[in-house]
Design a protein around this ligand. Structure first.
Ligand SMILES: [Zn+2]
Length: 259
């Protein structure tokens, strides 16, 4: 049997401009990593708040609307919205910050509203509700729609990255990829992108990937979901223990599936 991972050569790579491995690793491992900051959409939203008449009159800049900047953050919780309580022999307990009531910012910044939402409210609102709030800001609406299309409409931009599952982290990365790239001849590799999704959201992800394919991308998915497998042009089956460590490739077959 051939040793796995060692090849004499690979042919055909010149057909791809780039290879993108969209894995399930966390999008950040500190309490300041959030879906909003990771995707970059929060940066555009902060600018949007700073551009309001109200913010200009109060001389608040884009930096004031960052919960990571001491300019506008609640100084009690340093913009986290919660404070840790030392529990001695147990893990620290996090409780809502008494000063900003979980809103992360100082009162002055929270006074600035866009469609009745302060920037603190916005971080606590689900993505699918925000699409309507930003329907006039095309770039922001598009980025939010990408998150919704990969089945993450229920996420909040300010949600801590540590609360996200591997599948959710992977789909956030996918949404970011979809938005930032002029998707042409890129090879995408995804490891079980449908993990934890319900039927309806599986269909959304399939339709996003089909769009990518139509734009010229090639997508390899490692999958068990039958709907996703059915939507593929080719299937490579890696035997009964193909995915397990120490497993062998017992059968490799190419098969066209007609939709
Ligand atoms: Zn606070």
């Amino acid at each position: 049997m051939e040793e796995m991972g060692r090849l004499e050569s690979i042919n055909g790579l010149e057909s791809f401009e780039d290879v993108s491995y969209v894995n399930q690793k966390p999008i950040g491992n500190n309490s300041r990593s959030k879906p909003g900051t990771y995707t970059g959409v929060f940066d555009l939203i902060r600018k949007c708040y700073a551009d309001t008449e109200q913010a200009k009159n109060m001389q608040l800049s884009k930096a004031h609307f960052s919960f990571n900047s001491s300019k506008g953050q609640c100084l009690e919780c340093s913009g986290l919205g919660e404070v840790s309580v030392n529990m001695h022999y147990m893990d620290d307990l996090y409780v809502y910050c008494n000063k900003c009531h979980g809103k992360r910012y100082c009162n002055e910044v929270l006074e600035v509203k866009r469609k009745n939402l302060s920037i603190g409210d916005l971080l606590d609102t689900e993505v699918h509700d925000l699409i309507e709030v930003f329907e006039e800001e095309k770039e922001i609406a598009q980025q939010l729609s990408m998150l919704d299309q990969v089945g993450l409409g229920y996420l909040k931009l300010g949600q801590s990255a540590s609360t996200l599952s591997g599948g959710e982290a992977q789909r956030i990365k996918l949404a970011k990829e979809l938005y930032k790239r002029e998707c042409k001849s890129i090879l995408y590799i995804l490891d079980e992108p449908t993990t934890g999704l319900d039927e309806e959201d599986v269909e959304k992800v399939i339709s996003v990937l089909t769009d990518l394919k139509e734009k010229g991308a090639t997508i390899i998915v490692i999958e068990h979901n039958i709907k996703m497998i059915k939507a593929c042009d080719y299937i490579i089956e890696l035997g009964p223990t193909g995915g397990n460590q120490g497993g062998h490739i017992t059968k490799v077959g190419y098969q066209s599936v007609s939709l």
